[in-house]
Design a protein around this ligand. Structure first.
Ligand SMILES: [Zn+2]
Length: 339
């Protein structure tokens, strides 16, 4: 989380929701998956526990106008007229959005958009960052030379720290090198153990196309989250970035129907290059979302819109969302850097 995001979360605790309410502006918020129970928080970093997610969804419903994403064009024309508008989204396309999140949101009548990484839907391949975390947390003690990483990975006591370090190194690699590195990591764990771990962490498995079509029939909008779940930063080639923008649109339109929205994997500073957002624009999307915190603002580049990651619980959520405009100067500065 950014220092500003942390500051807003810290300060937000002391400001009652009613006091923050008049400051509200339209906002986009997102979650990943929803699990009944987290087995190992070091590798399952993306999921809300069910009771917490229900509280979050209720807080959104009670305090905001949660709108379908096709209302975004109108909201952006006159953001001051929609101070309570919130657009709810889920990234990655974990299978548990079908079994848990969709029921909760349907019961409360909240519209939402699901962003899927189409390579993972097509292949069932798990998220490379999750696999890297599995290696860092479950490979036997030792020093592992991994291709493309600057030094051997030392795995001993602080496995959570090692996981963060491995993921940070991977994010600075182009997709093909990162893929080789992750394959080398998985080769260090016995195949039977890998199979058992994948079964244990079924929370990290992805939806298939039938499930995505079923969600679409239940009113969920389907957007693209690149083809492979990988950063679209300056370490990726222009051809790769073009494919990351174009392929998921094509696949979603073949399998589900029109695809108008994009969300960048990781989506923060250092994860998106100028070439990347221009490739997204040129692929024909209407809007694209990052993970920088801010409110939706008519002056913003509509291919670099801010979005707020929902924290683990609903505490202070109405205050935090109402204060998101505090992040806008940072968002605008970054958009200018990428212009
Ligand atoms: Zn993602």
């Amino acid at each position: 989380m950014s220092r500003l995001g942390q500051f807003a979360r810290d300060v937000g605790r002391f400001i009652p929701a009613e006091a923050a309410r008049p400051l509200g502006r339209p906002a986009a918020v997102f979650f990943h998956g929803v699990e009944h129970r987290t087995v190992d928080a070091r590798v399952q970093t993306s999921h809300h526990e069910t009771a917490d997610f229900v509280a979050i969804a209720r807080a959104l419903k009670a305090n905001f106008d949660v709108l379908p994403l096709d209302a975004l064009g109108d909201v952006l024309k006159r953001p001051d007229r929609h101070p309570r508008a919130v657009f709810l989204m889920s990234d990655d396309g974990y299978a548990n959005t079908f079994t848990v999140a969709a029921d909760i949101l349907e019961e409360l009548g909240l519209p939402w958009t699901l962003f899927v990484s189409t390579n993972h839907v097509d292949s069932g391949e798990r998220n490379p960052v999750f696999l890297a975390r599995l290696f860092a947390c479950y490979a036997p003690d030792g020093d592992y030379p991994i291709p493309h990483l600057p030094e051997p990975v030392a795995l001993r006591s602080d496995r959570a720290g090692a996981a963060e370090q491995v993921v940070a190194h991977l994010r600075a690699l182009d997709m093909a090198c990162a893929q080789q590195a992750v394959e080398a990591m998985m080769a260090q764990i016995a195949p039977a153990t890998v199979a058992a771990l994948l079964a244990l962490f079924s929370s990290e498995s992805f939806l298939n196309w039938d499930q995505i079509r079923a969600l679409k029939r239940r009113g969920v909008a389907i957007g693209a989250h690149a083809h492979r779940h990988w950063p679209m930063n300056e370490h990726q080639s222009a051809a790769q970035l073009r494919a990351q923008a174009e392929t998921p649109k094509l696949r979603i339109e073949q399998e589900v129907g029109p695809c108008r929205y994009f969300a960048y994997p990781f989506g923060n500073k250092g994860d998106i290059s100028t070439t990347a957002w221009q490739a997204v624009r040129d692929a024909g999307y209407e809007f694209a979302f990052t993970t920088l915190s801010g409110s939706l603002d008519a002056r913003a580049n509509r291919f670099l819109l801010p979005r707020f990651g929902l924290g683990p619980t609903a505490r202070h959520l109405p205050t935090l969302i109402s204060l998101l405009r505090a992040g806008n100067p940072r968002v605008r500065h970054w958009q200018r850097e990428l212009a």
